[in-house]
Structures are given as C-alpha cells and as structure tokens.
Design a protein around this ligand. Structure first.
Ligand SMILES: [Zn+2]
Length: 90
C-alpha cells in the first residue's frame, strides 16, 4: 500500500488519471469524388507513455513521457500506477 495521499502536489486537489489513444477513421472516396458515409474506425491504440495525472482544480499536469523529473519527485504516483496497472489497461 502507498502511504502518501494521491493528491495534487501543488494545491492538494483531486487528481484524475488520463491516457491517450490513437484512432484512425477512414472513409472511401469514389472515383467521381463522392465521400462515403460509412466510417471505418480502428481499435483505439494506446500511445505509449501518453498517460499521467492531472489536477481537477489547478490543472497541474504530470505526463509519464516528459515528466522525468516529476517521476523522481513523486515516486508514490509511479507506485500508484504500478499498483493499478491491471485496472488501467483498456
Ligand atoms: Zn492542483
């Protein structure tokens, strides 16, 4: 278990966990230039590393890709991710 509270280090507000996915939508075009109404959508694909925390109140943002210094500063948040890995998998 993690001892430290999972809250915003700036204002103490509640955090959300966010995760970005890449989706491609394709539509056929006939030779006369008509665009089909049917849209094919790929299964959402998680963009590696594009995930992290954000504060609901002050919008403090922690991205696990570019937040290297924050990963060192707030190891309990990284522990939280590890603990919830299964739940965070979509
Ligand atoms: Zn905050």
């Amino acid at each position: 278990m993690i001892d430290e509270e999972i809250k915003c280090p700036e204002c103490g507000g509640n955090l959300v966990f966010w995760k970005e996915y890449l989706v491609t939508k394709t539509r056929n075009i006939s030779k006369n230039g008509t665009l089909s109404k049917r849209v094919k959508t790929t299964t959402p694909d998680h963009i590696i590393g594009m995930e992290g925390f954000q504060c609901n109140q002050c919008k403090w943002l922690f991205n696990t890709v570019d937040g290297i210094e924050k990963m060192d500063k707030y190891p309990h948040l990284m522990d939280w991710i590890e603990e919830h890995e299964c739940e965070l998998k979509v």
